[in-house]
Write a protein that binds this ligand. Structure first.
Ligand SMILES: [Fe+2]
Length: 270
């Protein structure tokens, strides 16, 4: 309850930052681009109230068929311990393995030559903290999936809410097992890691063992026009087979300065 109280106060403050009209324009533009798949890396809620779940679900449905939309919960989605059963129940269509319909993390969805791997880093925390954690079990399962999909030559996209690199977020807001995640990626590989949480474009790389894996953070999809990096946006990726590996291209689309009009904001330097 205490956490929900501080969260509620923050939510009221955030109401000036997040605009549902802006969000609508972003979704409309994203759908008009006709992507093969939409990855939503959270948060979709504020303080994990039971009443927020149906709203979040209804909104996810506007993105397209759950078969073509994947979701990874964030810290606001897993706000208090009591939220967890709601997550499992509500988000099953977007957080399940192929041919299954129950929530599982990590989940694996294969679409053509692309492997979409969804993690949960949202854990209930103390008030005013916004950190995340994967945990040993999830990391071990992820390693196996990366090995298997890597052997099959698939384009591996890892989706997570928290920035999974060391120093990728401010103190108390990061992924506590980011060092372990980085080692895991160096050892088992991935072609792209995408995340949310910081509400800004952010590009980092996990390097080692001959790999250089881009980790890309996206702006909020509902932020009212502010600084260029924080303005409401989403990313459009294109994957192309190249030799033994994959060529990844990303572009940012978002609101132009001072308006709700969504335009191309340029290539993401991967
Ligand atoms: Fe977050």
């Amino acid at each position: 309850m205490n956490k929900r109280f501080t969260g509620y106060v923050n939510w009221i403050r955030r109401a000036h930052i997040h605009d549902m009209k802006v969000l609508g324009a972003i979704v409309e533009d994203a759908r008009a681009q006709a992507p093969d798949h939409i990855a939503m890396t959270g948060d979709v809620m504020n303080i994990g109230l039971p009443a927020e779940f149906p709203v979040a679900k209804a909104w996810l449905q506007t993105l397209g068929e759950p078969h073509n939309v994947s979701f990874t919960p964030g810290n606001h989605d897993a706000y208090v311990r009591g939220s967890l059963p709601f997550i499992t129940e509500t988000f099953a269509p977007w957080c399940s393995n192929d041919n299954e319909n129950h929530t599982v993390f990590p989940y694996l969805r294969v679409r053509g030559d692309v492997a979409l791997i969804g993690l949960t880093s949202g854990i209930p925390t103390l008030p005013l903290l916004a950190s995340g954690r994967l945990g040993r079990e999830q990391r071990d399962a992820l390693a196996k999936i990366l090995d298997d999909t890597g052997r099959r030559g698939l384009m591996r996209v890892v989706m997570i809410h928290h920035p999974p690199t060391q120093g990728g977020a401010k103190f108390g807001r990061g992924l506590s097992d980011a060092p372990e995640f980085e080692q895991l990626i160096v050892r088992h590989g991935a072609e792209l890691v995408i995340h949310g949480h910081n509400h800004r474009l952010q590009v980092r790389h996990i390097e080692g063992g001959g790999r250089r894996v881009p980790c890309v953070g996206v702006a909020s999809a509902s932020a009212v026009p502010g600084t260029p990096l924080h303005r409401a946006a989403y990313h459009l990726y294109r994957f192309e087979k190249s030799g033994n590996g994959w060529k990844v291209e990303g572009r940012m689309r978002g609101t132009a300065p001072g308006g709700e009009h969504v335009t191309d904001l340029g290539a993401i330097d991967l």
